[in-house]
Design a protein around this ligand. Structure first.
Ligand code: SF4
Length: 359
């Protein structure tokens, strides 16, 4: 068992208290209504680095659109990216889609049942493999995400990364997590640990007075955990260029450009064209907003250009730039920022709300 446990630590009590607390306090989330592996897989991928509130909204629509692994595998990639738009970190959507195709081709459309086999699929790392295997298939394997890591560090006054203890004699955080795991209810236990980190053992101010395992805790929140790196700032300007569609008087088109496939963030997604602002543009800026992508705060200004101005102001004809009917924007794999701008300027309807980050 855990060698560095505090003297007052009782493993059976700890497991019982955290499981009882989870049963009474778990947030009501749509992916918790099922033990089916596919919805659990989709939700776990969406939840990586994205707020629960943002995932909740997108998850339901995504599952309506792609209700099975087969329907996801058969969809064109652009359709999957469009359904993911606004969630950010689009590489996840591509990997999810690639893995669905692989599962249909190699596993008759069924997810493997063990963490070890799941780990072999594209885009499924330690965390996701353990989450699916424990929640959907009851495999006793511990999940270690940032929340679980923080809880364990505080419970046992530890430092170091999940797999590397601060000294070579000590167990790693992953080994602590595995030792703590309630082996008969691994799915519930893993979710309870993640929930405790997300709602009680908060990064800055843990709510120790409300904590179900407070009496097992060595630090009661006094333990320092690594703070996030400071955010960088970047100014950026986009052009909004609209025109009435030829041959259809009531329809409008907007100019978009496709990000390069080799871009490090959001490759292949569609955005408004970037533009260099001129001194006179300040008076005609239609929208300013802040948008966070990973560790950068983008301070965005949007200026409306006529079609004629766009020919002069935007870099020479770019094959990646197209006129898109505004009625088709909902089907486009837009970046979250493009969607936010187009919705704020009422070029496309607001169908959802946006998370604060993407990448
Ligand atoms: S007592 Fe406080 S620091 Fe310890 S696990 Fe609970 S919330 Fe976290």
């Amino acid at each position: 068992m855990v060698s560095a446990a505090p003297a007052k630590f009782s493993l059976p009590d700890f497991r019982k208290q955290i499981l009882d607390w989870f049963r009474a306090n778990a947030r009501d989330l749509p992916w918790r209504l099922t033990r089916e592996p596919y919805p659990i897989w989709v939700s776990e991928i969406m939840l990586q680095q994205t707020r629960v509130g943002a995932v909740r909204e997108h998850y339901t629509r995504f599952m309506e659109r792609f209700p099975s692994i087969v329907s996801l595998a058969l969809a064109p990639e652009d359709e999957v990216l469009a359904a993911w738009s606004g969630l950010g970190y689009y590489r996840r959507a591509r990997l999810l889609h690639g893995a669905a195709r692989f599962i249909v081709r190699e596993h008759q459309g069924c997810l493997p049942r063990t963490a070890e086999e799941l780990h072999k699929l594209p885009g499924i790392g330690d965390y996701t493999a353990a989450a699916i295997a424990s929640i959907a298939f009851n495999e006793p394997v511990a999940v270690v995400d940032g929340n679980v890591q923080r809880v364990i560090q505080r419970l046992f006054a530890l430092s170091g990364a999940a797999d590397s203890p601060s000294d070579s004699e000590s167990p790693s955080i992953r080994e602590y997590a595995q030792a703590l795991l309630a082996r008969r209810r691994p799915g519930d236990f893993n979710q309870a640990m993640m929930e405790l980190g997300a709602t009680v053992c908060l990064p800055k101010k843990p709510l120790c007075l409300s904590c179900p395992v407070e009496r097992h805790c060595s630090t009661r929140g006094e333990h320092a955990v690594e703070s996030r790196p400071p955010m960088r700032s970047r100014q950026i300007a986009y052009a909004l260029v609209c025109r009435v569609c030829r041959g259809a008087a009531a329809a409008q088109e907007v100019m978009l450009e496709r990000r390069s496939e080799s871009a490090s963030q959001m490759p292949g997604m569609w955005q408004l064209p970037e533009v260099d602002l001129l001194p006179d543009d300040e008076k005609r800026v239609e929208l300013t907003l802040r948008h966070a992508i990973t560790v950068t705060n983008y301070y965005v200004r949007v200026v409306r250009l006529s079609e004629r101005e766009s020919r002069r102001r935007l870099p020479a004809r770019d094959p990646q730039r197209r006129w898109i009917k505004t009625s088709e924007l909902g089907e486009m794999p837009l970046t979250g920022l493009a969607r936010k701008v187009l919705q704020r300027l009422q070029v496309m309807p607001v169908l959802d709300f946006l998370p604060s980050q993407e990448g």
